[in-house]
Design a protein around this ligand. Structure first.
Ligand SMILES: *[C@@H]1O[C@H](CO)[C@@H](O)[C@H](O)[C@H]1NC(C)=O
Ligand SMILES: *[C@@H]1O[C@H](CO)[C@@H](O)[C@H](O)[C@H]1NC(C)=O
Ligand SMILES: *[C@@H]1O[C@H](CO)[C@@H](O)[C@H](O)[C@H]1NC(C)=O
Ligand SMILES: *[C@@H]1O[C@H](CO)[C@@H](O)[C@H](O)[C@H]1NC(C)=O
Ligand SMILES: *[C@@H]1O[C@H](CO)[C@@H](O)[C@H](O)[C@H]1NC(C)=O
Ligand SMILES: *[C@@H]1O[C@H](CO)[C@@H](O)[C@H](O)[C@H]1NC(C)=O
Length: 458
């Protein structure tokens, strides 16, 4: 007999494979970019895109984005060196910033001048390739930002293997730094003497705060101080739409993934076939104008997120019988902020489409009505809810489900969602680090290097 956990695990495995496929699809041909003029020094309030280990003049990537070299931000270069790899994985979107790296052999800090009043979007990329004679399995390290632990005992190699991804993005939203000085420290794990740290890129993007206290579901009236907390962005999906590459997301360079790999298929509903439970992707018709508003400007999410959505489907009898459900892998023992992006693309009146929102089987919202919230068709809106994930068996999964609200007697038994973001909130000990994501037994059986390396991590 196949257990539910088993089904879920393979589901997640399948999701990761699909994610990889997405990266492959986005692979671009590689015409030579125009030579870059020498970059002007960034002012503290500007975005900084840093390609680690790159030549002093910096580089321009396939999309025309300019990357600065990391060397001038190092507080000491004694135990670091720049390195390059020869292998360009076909899933890399561009050679830059992946083919060069900074190798760090003992605790080393970068120091950046940053905006002193804005939240900072901080993004790292790790491409666990082979750099010279270094074994990629020996890269195990911690990362802190002004004392906040972001990564602990982190192995990009194991994480990439588990997710079947060529490179790993780790992204954070940090509380403003009043001193205007951000220190990021990489420390190789001390478990083995030959362990080292590496990083391919560091991006620091000042951004407007979009966070308010959020209700903690299931804790009557208790709320989470999101504004005073730093966050890790765990998932960001464009529901019912496709992959949105960094270059298409304003200046924030966020990546939005296709939601379909995260949809819970019919595995749990015995008598239904695949497809019935996956809803229907919809797109704004020509007669519907989707526009940002002063409450929801472009930095909240690009228009392409709001122009597409997923609804449950045309048959009210089917919709009544199922929950449109997504599942996401998260780390246990943390509180999460779940942000729902909505924009009505079909309905024009309140109570045409009224639905319930469940997070982890608890009611987050009894009566969600996008027209009532936003005022009209084509107007974006977002809603935040907080949920705590314990560390009981099977709890590393965050469920999001929608179901028509029958009690409201809406005109259509249906639901809609345009985008979803899941943020991990720092704990009370100033920590955001979770454990490494472990590869499945099946992958381990197929990968001898990983198998021999696993004991080092446990
Ligand atoms: C990204 O933007 C470019 C230029 O505006 C456009 O041609 C392309 O279709 C967009 N791609 C996606 C996936 O949104
Ligand atoms: C837009 O056009 C479609 C048919 O092409 C129609 O069904 C729909 O009601 C129209 N929407 C609005 C808001 O006028
Ligand atoms: C979660 O927290 C509890 C209590 O602090 C601890 O005993 C447990 O090991 C933690 N679990 C994980 C997966 O970190
Ligand atoms: C939610 O319900 C589903 C289906 O009954 C169950 O498999 C799952 O474990 C539950 N999730 C949580 C977080 O309780
Ligand atoms: C939808 O999910 C909620 C919360 O887990 C559950 O109580 C309800 O029974 C589900 N409805 C259907 C039709 O599966
Ligand atoms: C996150 O860290 C900050 C600063 O250490 C702290 O004030 C805040 O309470 C933490 N957030 C949570 C939800 O524990």
């Amino acid at each position: 007999m196949i257990s539910k956990t088993h089904i879920l695990f393979s589901l997640i495995l399948v999701s990761s494979f699909s994610l990889n496929a997405i990266h492959v699809l986005c692979e671009a041909p590689a015409p030579a970019p125009a030579p870059a003029p020498a970059p002007a020094p960034a002012s503290a309030s500007e975005s900084q895109f840093i390609s680690c280990g790159s030549p002093p003049d910096g580089e321009t990537d396939f999309y025309g984005r300019k990357w600065t070299s990391d060397s001038k931000f190092l507080t000491s270069s004694d135990n670091t060196k720049s390195a390059t790899t020869d292998y360009q994985d076909p899933a890399l979107p561009s050679k830059i910033p992946y083919m060069t790296t900074r190798i760090i052999n003992s605790a080393t800090s970068y120091k950046f001048s940053v905006s002193s009043s804005k939240r900072l979007l901080l993004r790292f990329q790790f491409y666990p390739s082979v750099y010279g004679s270094l074994e990629n399995t020996k890269a195990v390290f911690d990362v802190t930002a002004n004392g906040l632990t972001l990564l602990r005992h982190f192995s990009p190699f194991i994480t990439a293997l588990a997710l079947t991804q060529a490179y790993i993005i780790r992204e954070y939203s940090l509380v403003p730094v009043p001193s205007g000085s951000l220190t990021i420290t990489f420390t190789p794990s001390s478990k083995h003497e030959n362990f080292f740290a590496f990083v391919n890129s560091i991006e620091i993007i000042p951004m407007e705060d979009t966070f308010k206290p959020a209700d903690l579901i299931g804790f009557n009236g208790q709320s989470i101080d999101v504004q005073g907390s730093s966050l890790q962005i765990m998932h960001r999906v464009n529901v019912g739409g496709g992959y949105i590459p960094p270059i298409n997301d304003s200046g924030l360079a966020r990546t939005w993934l296709d939601d379909s790999p995260y949809l819970l298929n019919s595995a749990f509903g015995a008598s239904f076939f695949n497809g019935i439970f996956l809803g229907v992707a919809i797109e704004a018709e020509n007669n519907v104008t989707v526009q940002h508003t002063s409450d929801v400007p472009e930095f909240v999410a690009p228009l392409s997120v709001y122009r597409t959505a997923r609804s449950m489907g045309p048959d009210p009898k089917v919709n009544e019988k199922y929950n449109l459900t997504w599942v996401f892998q998260v780390d246990a023992n943390f509180t999460y902020l779940v942000r729902f992006h909505f924009c009505e693309l079909q309905s024009t009146k309140a109570n045409e489409r009224s639905f319930e929102i469940f997070i982890n089987n608890q009611t987050a919202e009894e009566t969600a009505d996008v027209i009532q919230w936003a005022g009209s068709i084509g107007k974006p809106i977002y809603k935040d809810y907080a949920t705590h994930i314990n560390d009981k068996e099977g709890d590393e999964i965050l469920w999001v489900a929608l179901h028509p609200n029958r009690e409201q007697h809406p005109q259509y038994y249906d639901a809609i969602l345009n985008g979803l973001e899941i943020f991990k909130v720092n704990d009370t000990h100033g920590n955001l680090a979770g454990p490494n994501i472990m590869p499945s037994k099946m992958l381990l059986n197929a990968d001898a290097a990983a198998r021999s390396f696993m004991p080092n991590l446990l």
